[in-house]
Design a binder for this molecule. Structure first.
Ligand SMILES: [Zn+2]
Length: 93
């Protein structure tokens, strides 16, 4: 896994309560070929790709379980570093 991450949030639909639209952090697999159907988030939730809006940055209310489970990866994104999810001590220049 490259450590790349993306952020997924349920699309706004009339039947979807706003409280369910948390923004999950999703690790992107190295061997991803094409558009995935489902991907597991750091918190363990499985997100269905077509049911979500995707972003390279968090949007909306964060999933706290993802924020706790993937703090290094998320901190890299929030601080403008490539979201490779590795700590600076393991990053190659
Ligand atoms: Zn989550």
């Amino acid at each position: 896994m490259t450590g790349r991450i993306a952020f997924a949030r349920l699309l706004a639909n009339p039947g979807t309560p706003e409280r369910n639209r948390v923004c999950h952090a999703v690790p992107i697999p190295d061997d991803l070929d094409g558009v995935p159907v489902e991907l597991p988030a750091y918190c363990g939730a499985v997100v269905v790709a077509r049911d979500c809006e995707w972003s390279l940055y968090p949007a909306g209310m964060p999933c706290m379980a993802c924020m706790i489970s993937a703090p290094a990866a998320i901190n890299d994104v929030l601080q403008g570093r490539p979201g490779d999810g590795r700590s600076s001590s393991t990053r190659t220049p």
